[in-house]
Design a protein around this ligand. Sequence first.
Ligand SMILES: Cc1cc2nc3c(=O)[nH]c(=O)nc-3n(C[C@H](O)[C@H](O)[C@H](O)COP(=O)(O)OP(=O)(O)OC[C@H]3O[C@@H](n4cnc5c(N)ncnc54)[C@H](O)[C@@H]3O)c2cc1C
Length: 380
Amino acid sequence: MDFELTEELKMLREMTYKFAVAECAPVSKECDEHEKYTPEIRKKAAENGLVGAWVPEAYGGAGAGFLGNAIITEELSRVDMGIGLNIGAATFGCEAIFQYGTEEQKQKYIPPVCRGELVSAGAFTEANAGTDVAGYKTRAVKDGSDYIVNGNKMFITNGTVCDFMVTQCITNPEEKKHNSFSLIIIPADAKGVTRNKIHGKMGIRASDTAEIAFEDVRVPQSNLVGKEGRGFYQLMHFFDVTRILVSAQGLGLGVACLETSVKYCKERTAFGAPLGSYQLTQKKLTEMAIMIEALRGLVYKSAWLVDQGKPDFTLAAMAKFYSGQTAVFCANNAVELHGGYGYIDEYSVQKWYRDAKILELYEGTKEAEILTIGRALMAK
Ligand SMILES: Cc1cc2nc3c(=O)[nH]c(=O)nc-3n(C[C@H](O)[C@H](O)[C@H](O)COP(=O)(O)OP(=O)(O)OC[C@H]3O[C@@H](n4cnc5c(N)ncnc54)[C@H](O)[C@@H]3O)c2cc1C
């Protein structure tokens, strides 16, 4: 067992953090205030190999694996989780194309996303079904060599900025619920697609989130990803890897909260001594540090297992669950340690407090992760 990162991964970490400080930090506040998506930063990140770094070089990626990608996500989120998501989730949906798509689909969609020319989205959640993944109603009906898609999708990351969406649709309604779904690539500019940006998010406001409607959208049947009727199972495997990247977001945010709080507790004095000299303060910092280290173990191990060809969905669910817990805990402590200043937008901790909560909601709520882990325990 070797816990040491390779020299390449250490360099990747350093390079990513420098990139985030130089590119993301200066516009972080403005993007948060004005809900601004960051296409230029995404393109620059692509030039530096940071978009789709998990993608093998043969498909245009940096070939850094999921561990490399988790480290990139961590370092970007250490500076700005929303802008980091614009970089990290530019490939969201491509994981399914990579896992299940044809060679032609892989060549057509994945390299341009890694180059920063296209943006992908994964369109699964609907207005009336999120956690209930088998409850989606969007329907794709065969017509000649096409599918005609009708339905809606809700809360779709990159919704108004993407070029295509990997979309979960019912194609086989006559089959049992779990065998009725298929993943289909829908071009964002296809006739009948309407996309509306959702405004007013609590956090990650630099990220684009949208509601999408499909009205008689015609796409060729060659846009089917994987096997017809296998969409539900494919989506579950898709989440096994994407959840790890979301977990890495919480890791980066937690680190930012701890670093900033330690610095503040050294500088700020109360009752004639630095805040950090008081044991109650140290307890808060200590608990943050312990959770961050435990989370790092879960994130890196689950990413490493994917790179070894042995993905562990239970471990990925644990990482995702613990990421939300850690990020929310660390952000809360960071605000408290900053006292009244923590509540004012001059300090980043109030933003991190708002950003952190999404980690307990998207890519499976914390309750959904508990269900996944619980089922695995009971199946033993
Ligand atoms: C900013 C943002 C970005 C997002 N990006 C995407 C994206 O790119 N693509 C995409 O497809 N979706 C995306 N989502 C959607 C997100 O994944 C869902 O919101 C999430 O899965 C929860 O679904 P829901 O909102 O329908 O809540 P519901 O499923 O209605 O759940 C409501 C509450 O009930 C709980 N609950 C539900 N079922 C159970 C149960 N059996 N037992 C116990 N508790 C239960 C949930 O845990 C939750 O607390 C995004 C959401 C947000 C806010």
